[in-house]
Each structure stands twice: as C-alpha cells, then as structure tokens.
Design a protein around this ligand. Structure first.
Ligand code: SME
Length: 156
C-alpha cells in the first residue's frame, strides 16, 4: 500500500511526463502506465481506454502495460469499464468474482479500479487498473488516480 506522500511523489513524476513537448500522446500515456505498474505493487495491469470519437458510445484500448487483452473495444455499459463510462463515475471493485457485469482479461485478476477522464465536462477516456490482490484499493488510490486523470486530460 502506498502513502499519500508516495502518491504525491508519483503525481509529480506524472506531471513531468505530461509536460514536455516533442513526445507523442501514445508515448506519454505508455510512460505513465509503465511508471504506475512499476511503482505501485498492487497495480498489475495499467492501461488507458479512450472514447472513440468515430463510434457511438464506445471505448477503444489505448496504451497499456500488462498482459494483452481481448477487450480492445468496449461499449458503454459493458463490463466495469463500460459502466464507468456510462455513469461517468469511478468504479472500485475489490473482488471481481462478485460482479455479474465484468469482462475478464486474466484469471489472475482479483480486483479493479476504473477512473474516468473528463475534458470540458465530457468523458474522453479512462484509467483502468487491474490487481492480482484481493481488496487492495484504499481511498488514497481513488484520490491519486483522479488527480492523474485530471493531469492526463490536458493531453486529450
Ligand atoms: N475488466 C474490464 C475489461 C478490461 S480489462 O480489465 C483490461 C471490464 O470489466 O470492463
């Protein structure tokens, strides 16, 4: 588990990834995934889903770190990611086995957190994190990841 201070240090590092000109959106999002997966022990799969502007209410998988997933496109309402997009709310699932509307990527995943990214009041994407631990998420994770989402929103 990370302390608020640990998360503050990570948030500074994320701002430093986002700020520079010269690297692409893909590179920056990928670097953020890599940092989070490396630095937070209970983050085992870290990725971005982006709202596809070309399709009605559909998410498309963006940069990620972790096992490949078959869920490269997710309709709003489908699975945890789709429900978070539909309701525009953070979803914290401490035990995925208790969920009926859940899309499994790997049998190792026990819990998941999905945080929407907003731009000008509209949802433009999500941060999706899977954990191999049961009930690993604390309020500090929500607060931190919502700060990360606000930071990343300037890129989208
Ligand atoms: N478990 C997610 C699908 C995405 S994977 O975790 C990468 C869901 O239920 O929406």
């Amino acid at each position: 588990m990370k302390t608020t201070q640990d998360f503050a240090t990570l948030l500074t590092a994320i701002h430093e990834i986002v700020a520079p000109e010269g690297s692409s959106l893909e590179e920056k999002l990928h670097a953020i995934c890599a940092l989070l997966e490396r630095e937070v022990a209970h983050y085992d799969w870290v990725g971005f889903y982006l709202v596809d502007p070309a399709r009605e209410r559909e998410l498309v998988l963006g940069p990620f770190i972790g096992a490949p997933t078959e869920h490269t496109r997710i309709a709003f309402g489908q699975g945890i990611c789709g429900q978070a997009a539909d309701t525009e709310m953070t979803f914290v699932i401490q035990d995925v086995s208790q969920e009926t509307n859940y899309l499994s990527c790997s049998p190792h995943v026990q819990s998941e957190i999905v945080v929407p990214i907003f731009k000008d009041g509209a949802i433009v994407g999500e941060i999706d994190i899977d954990s191999h631990a049961l009930a690993p998420f604390a309020d500090a994770d929500n607060v931190f990841l919502e700060q990360v989402a606000a930071c990343v929103a300037v890129l989208l």
